[in-house]
Design a protein around this ligand. Structure first.
Ligand code: NAD
Ligand code: UDP
Length: 316
């Protein structure tokens, strides 16, 4: 049993992580400022004597005695991270400095939830970890991409200079229950649109691709990474290599929901990556990890979640 701090613990991924770590018998401290997360995501965990929640912003220092830190605090959807772009940079950079400072002081292991966005609009396909990426440093996605790149650099330098025990994972597009219904990400958008009979909004011609990973597969990769010995620091890609175009995703969602929503095309946002797929050779070799949940199976579970949510909130 370990005592574990999860920053961003009330968010989509963070809430699943808190739940899984508690189920494994750990003590969990969930830290969040509720910018994109909410208490509803962790309501079912409140009352567990091993679970504690703290309202705090990672741009300010925080002190606690823990064995492990999972640093997830950061808005992840383009709509949310562009809402207050300066705050997004501060969250990634100052949040990393504050959490690394804490890890250094208490000698905790710390894992950074980095992102496939560090590869930008990649020119190499699929993307291995040693690819340096193709990021527009002044574009509308740069607050997120460059913030996360700087955080990776901070992690590496705290490790080189101060021997901090770090792990960096690069997460590729992840979906599942507890995604925010209005966060603008493609999976939640398409499902909510299909369930409410609204038009499915495809940005651009829909030929751009992403590789979608179900949240349970990510958790397994994340926890396996944390459990590696100190010599393994990453960065390591954690994602599902099955690649789909947005048109294919829209058709799957329409098929699984039985919806009669029409597909409409909207303009493609600036710097939207044309294709993305992880090379997961390193994760296979170092973590003995690979994803198991197929898109249709994961979408079915996610659709069930949103269907219930929409009925409960009478949005439907
Ligand atoms: P999310 O928006 O649901 O969760 C982020 C959480 O961080 C929220 O609960 C939010 O309130 C909290 N937060 C934001 N700023 C904060 C601050 N300054 N102080 C404290 N808490 C703060 O997003 P998610 O999809 O669960 O993503 C979690 C992490 O995983 C993020 O770091 C994200 O960059 C990374 N990631 C996610 C994906 C994905 O596809 N979901 C892909 C790559 C990387
Ligand atoms: N997208 C879309 N319709 C939507 C939302 C997103 O076609 O309603 C597209 C978006 O342009 C991008 C892809 O879906 O090409 C994935 O978008 P998301 O915001 O989920 O993730 P990211 O771009 O950060 O990978």
């Amino acid at each position: 049993m370990s005592r574990i701090l999860v920053t961003g613990g009330a968010g989509f991924i963070g809430s699943h992580l808190c739940e899984r770590l508690l189920n494994e018998g750990n003590e969990v401290i969930c830290l969040d400022n509720y910018f994109t997360g909410n208490k509803q995501n962790i309501l079912h965990l409140i009352g567990n004597p091993l679970f504690e929640i703290v309202r705090h912003d990672v741009t300010h220092p925080y002190f606690v005695e823990v064995d492990h830190i999972y640093n997830l605090a950061c808005p992840a959807s383009p709509v949310h991270y562009q809402f207050n772009s300066i705050k997004t940079i501060k969250t990634s950079v100052m949040g990393a400095i504050n959490m690394l400072g804490l890890a250094k002081r208490i000698r905790a292991k710390i894992l950074q939830a980095s992102t496939s966005e560090v590869y930008g609009d990649p020119l190499l396909h699929p993307q291995p970890e040693n690819y340096w990426g193709n990021v527009n440093p002044i574009g509308i996605r740069s607050c997120y991409d460059e913030g996360k790149r700087c955080a990776e650099s901070l992690f590496m330098n705290y490790h080189y200079q101060n021997n901090v025990r770090i792990k960096v994972i690069r997460i590729f597009n992840t979906y599942g229950p507890r995604m925010h219904p209005n966060d603008g990400r493609v999976v939640s958008n398409f499902i909510v649109q299909a369930l409410t009979g609204e038009p499915i909004t495809i940005f651009g011609d829909g030929t751009q691709t992403r590789s979608f990973q179900y949240v349970d597969d990510l958790l397994e990769g994340m926890i396996r990474t944390m459990e590696t010995g100190d010599s393994f620091i990453g960065p390591v890609n954690i994602g599902n290599p099955n690649e789909f175009s947005m048109l294919e995703l829209a058709r799957e969602v329409l098929d699984l929901t039985g919806s009669r929503s029409k597909i409409v095309h909207k303009s493609l946002p600036a710097d939207d990556p044309a294709q993305r797929r992880p090379d997961i050779s390193l994760a296979k070799e170092a973590l003995d990890w690979e994803p198991f949940v197929e898109l249709r199976e994961g979408l079915t579970k996610t659709i069930e979640y949103f269907d219930k949510l929409l009925k409960n909130t009478q949005l439907k």
